[in-house]
Design a protein around this ligand. Structure first.
Ligand code: BG6
Length: 480
């Protein structure tokens, strides 16, 4: 049967190590930046504590215990027909403090077995090398990504992973949502991306651009190295794709929206084109920043451009030139000019729901980057859910959400000619929310019986969407 989406389309699901593995001190693992993040809620920011403090709650320490349950969970993914599974390697399982001479064998062996479990089911691992879990040791000792030395430490970690999993993993991504540190008004995003606490920086914006530069160079060097280790590797970058619409056709709104779109484009421009865009160089000039960017760095960027563009897509924003919002709500980092879009509904966490925005960003990226292969590695909706008397969740709202998004995704392929590699809905199994640290912001096709107060058996249950998604994959997206 001929289908809209290409044969071999990578249907799957996505998670990250620090949001589901738990076992934060097992197998020789060291503490990561996320291990010192307290629980929050919608409108209640997660706090960064100095260390792990008694009496505080750290939801990522236990996650959903995937560290121990992965074989059973992967069995469930296989039942849904997953072709791929996106997760991350916890850097702290491989280099617990980040700067040891030798990697931690127990951590390496753990991922060996997890990848084997996937491959036994014909599921391709799609691996992010750094998903909000950099070693806390690197922050305490070197100041995180404010320090150039991180480039070599990251490349060394990556080299160990590439060599070890050379024949098990083909699809890689360097930094998860590298751009979500763009808004420097909140501490959470700078912390998890770069180990920076913006509120303690003299010039947070400069600190962000400097850290991002070192990450760009590290990412580019990783791409170059990966291709040497295995020329078949496909190594992508990963951004949070958050399109910004002008609130109106007032030219001032249009220009503000175009500028705010740089919160995405600045990062993908550098990593895909391999050089700094003129608008960024002009900004550096205006600010009179003397950033540490060497010719050798620029050569590395030009050499290590990404094979594909991976991204998360959850929502769009609208920008109004004369708005002036408070942007200190860490659960929804934004800019003062961002306003709700009156044409869109929102989730319980105030995220707009905009399936057509997905088609829009697919087209934008396609046109901006000359048909580069794209990979939607996160999309989904967080909902409040409980198991019903039939031990399931009738999550029709989630099914409708995915149906509409996949419809738009297919149109982008069929009508706009976008090259799309795959689609991995976020949180295919319920896990700890990154933004709020809650378990009750549930994304999964699989319900995990675990609650924010620590109650629950940890057992897994199939939601209604489980069977629905299984059928979608079976028909390669033809029947929604
Ligand atoms: C992305 C991240 O920001 O969105 C994930 O890559 C995160 O780590 C996901 O979990 C959903 O966000 P949240 O805050 O609802 O968990």
């Amino acid at each position: 049967m001929s289908t809209t989406l290409p044969e071999g389309f990578l249907w799957g699901g996505a998670v990250s190590a620090c949001q589901l593995e738990g076992a934060w001190q097992e197998g020789g693992k060291g503490p990561s930046v996320t291990d010192v993040l307290t629980a929050g809620a919608h409108g209640v920011a997660r706090r960064i504590t100095e260390g792990v403090e008694p009496g505080e709650s750290y939801p990522n320490h236990d996650g959903i215990d995937f560290y121990h349950t992965y074989r059973d969970d992967i069995e469930l993914f296989a039942q849904m027909g997953f072709k791929c599974f996106r997760t991350s390697i916890a850097w702290t399982r491989i280099f617990p403090e980040g700067d040891e001479d030798e990697p931690n064998e127990e951590g390496l062996a753990y991922y060996d077995d997890m990848f084997d479990a996937l491959l036994e089911h014909g599921i391709e691992p799609v691996i992010t090398l750094s998903h909000f879990e950099m070693p806390l040791g690197l922050v305490r000792k070197y100041g995180g990504w404010s320090n150039r030395v991180l480039i070599d430490l990251f490349v060394r970690y990556v080299k160990v992973c590439f060599e070890r999993y050379r024949d098990k993993v083909t699809y890689w991504m360097t930094f998860n949502e590298i751009n979500n540190q763009f808004h420097t008004d909140t501490d959470l995003f700078g912390w998890v991306n770069s180990g920076l606490v913006f509120s303690q920086e003299d010039d947070p914006e400069r600190a962000m651009y400097q850290a991002a530069h070192y990450e760009f160079v590290a990412s580019a060097k990783a791409v170059t190295l990966g291709h040497q280790i295995n020329p078949n590797f496909k190594i992508g970058c990963m951004v949070a794709a958050l399109p910004v619409y002008p609130y109106s056709c007032n030219p001032d709104d249009v220009l503000v929206a175009a500028d705010l779109f740089h919160q995405v484009y600045f990062f993908s421009d550098v990593m895909i084109r391999g050089n700094y865009p003129a608008y960024a160089l002009k900004l550096f000039e205006r600010r009179e920043w003397d950033l540490d960017i060497t010719q050798e760095d620029l050569d590395a960027l030009a050499q290590g451009t990404c094979d594909y563009l991976g991204y998360s897509y959850y929502m769009t924003k609208a920008a109004k030139s004369d708005a002036n919002n408070d942007v200190t709500d860490a659960t929804d980092a934004s800019a003062p000019q961002m306003v709700p879009n009156p044409f869109l509904k929102q989730t319980g966490w105030a995220w707009s729901i905009d399936p057509k925005g997905l088609r829009y960003i697919l087209k934008c990226f396609d046109e901006r980057y000359n048909g580069i292969p794209q990979f939607i590695v996160e999309n989904g909706v967080g909902l409040y859910e409980d198991l019903d008397e039939n031990q399931t969740v009738e999550d029709d709202e989630r099914i409708a959400y995915f149906r509409e998004h996949i419809t738009q995704m297919k149109r982008a392929v069929a009508e706009d000619g976008v090259t799309l590699m795959g689609y991995t809905p976020w949180g295919c199994i319920d896990l700890v929310s990154f933004g709020t640290g809650e378990l009750r912001k549930r994304y999964g096709f699989i319900y995990v019986d675990k609650n924010d107060d620590g109650s629950g058996t940890g057992r897994r249950f199939r939601k209604k969407s489980f069977g629905w998604y299984q059928h979608v994959i079976k028909t390669n997206g033809e029947e929604l």
